[in-house]
Design a protein around this ligand. Structure first.
Ligand SMILES: [Zn+2]
Length: 417
């Protein structure tokens, strides 16, 4: 018997429970990003899921309209490893430095990371002399343990949080980087974080930031794993419901624009200016009243048309266009814009990527070893990881690519470099 999956429509706000969520943008019916058939396989029936961005008028949370079963989104063989990009590695080193000095941590304090992946974040804390504990349900936990980053290969839930506390003690710091938006039923998670956190401990979350998303038209970061798109205001609303107060916030460059938010139990820490300043900016830029979302929708549609307009004369002239990188965000962009193997010949990934030898979800665009780019020298390379354009183009030039670069966002253009 095939396994039965259940996906849940989001009919009430995931934070405040209000109904009547307002539609911001309907991206389409999109396959899960990990559905990548092997090259050469016969196309078969595949499940697709509606991808719609919604906004709650009460607490301002922006969220997607369907919670797809976790077993589909995060199979145990989930191929994403956080060590794979330079910006992420640098960000985690920065997180360790910033939090150590801001919080005055002492050697031996326990730092726990929820959704710790291969232990990249925690390795910084370990090297700085702290005790570390990773909680990670996928096989990435084995990699962390092999590198001596103590990790429990489990989902973070009440039972496992209690077991971790018993075994390792209370955490002085709990981090959750780019996972806090990915967990469906978020309220119990915050409660469990509080269970594991010392009374004067600090919870640090990093989340993709709604204002950054809007400002750079990043509709491609809308996909089923990303259930919620936090502003400072909506994230504060959630944390306040659990007796946590934000006392410091930093905008960071990961994933094209994120926020790192420090929170402690009420009365433990004095909030600094960074919190009031970012809230004022959100008010000023239409995040709080929602006006920025309506403008965002228009820009997304114009951007889709502009990408077609840019590609049309290139294809009419017979140019070859290879995509660079098959991150999750590329799947939304390719499926929403309607790119196919007639427009994009193939997508390049490094040889060791588990995506090589597969098709981009929802298409017959093959993902191939990056060496092909240098051997074939196509006229154009389209950067799907356009949020790290500088790092990517420098790297590709160094390796010998001579063609031109296309970036699809924030506005489709051919780079003059
Ligand atoms: Zn709400």
């Amino acid at each position: 018997m095939p396994k039965e999956y259940t996906s849940k429509p989001v009919e009430k706000c995931q934070i405040c429970g209000a109904s009547g969520l307002r539609s911001v943008l309907f991206i389409g019916y999109i396959p899960p990003v990990n559905t990548m058939p092997t090259i050469g396989s016969t196309p078969v029936e595949e499940t697709v899921y509606p991808l719609e961005m919604l906004r709650c008028e009460k607490c301002t949370l922006v969220q997607i309209g369907l919670e797809v079963d976790q077993n589909i989104l995060f199979p145990l063989t989930y191929p994403y490893l956080s060590a794979s990009t330079k910006i992420l590695r640098e960000n985690f080193a920065n997180l360790c430095r910033e939090s150590s000095s801001l919080l005055g941590l002492k050697a031996g304090d326990l730092v726990a990371d929820i959704g710790s992946n291969d232990g990249t974040l925690l390795s910084n804390f370990k090297n700085a002399g702290y005790r570390v504990l990773g909680i990670e349900p996928t096989n990435a936990a084995d990699i962390a343990n092999a590198n001596d980053i103590t990790s429990e290969k489990v989902f973070f839930n009440a039972k496992n949080a209690a077991a971790a506390k018993k075994k390792y003690g209370e955490a002085k710091v709990i981090t959750a980087a780019n996972v806090f938006a990915h967990i469906g039923d978020i309220h119990p998670i915050v409660d469990e974080i509080l269970d594991l956190l010392a009374p004067n401990g600090v919870f640090i979350s990093e989340s993709h930031y709604l204002l950054g998303l809007i400002e750079t038209v990043q509709y491609d970061t809308i996909y089923h794993e990303h259930l919620r798109y936090y502003s400072m205001r909506s994230l504060s609303y959630l944390l306040n419901m659990h007796g946590l107060e934000v006392f410091h916030v930093t905008r960071i460059p990961t994933h094209g624009g994120s926020i790192r938010v420090y929170a402690a139990r009420k009365g433990q820490k004095q909030a600094d200016n960074s919190v009031s300043e970012i809230l004022a900016e959100e008010d000023r830029k239409g995040i709080t009243d929602g006006s920025a979302l309506a403008a965002f929708r228009k820009k997304v549609i114009q951007s889709k048309l502009a990408l077609h307009e840019l590609l049309r004369p290139l294809k009419e002239a017979g140019a070859r266009i290879y995509g660079i990188g098959a991150p999750s965000r590329s799947s939304t962009l390719i499926n929403y814009v309607g790119l196919d193997d007639g427009l994009i010949d193939c997508v390049m990934e490094i040889k060791t990527s588990p995506k090589v030898g597969k098709y981009v979800p929802g298409t017959r665009i093959p993902v191939l070893d990056e060496e092909k780019l240098y051997a074939d020298q196509p006229e154009y390379a389209l950067l799907f990881s356009w949020h790290i354009t500088n790092e990517l183009t420098a790297n590709l030039r160094k390796k010998g690519f001579k063609g031109k670069f296309i970036v699809p966002l924030p506005w489709p253009s051919i780079l003059e470099i």
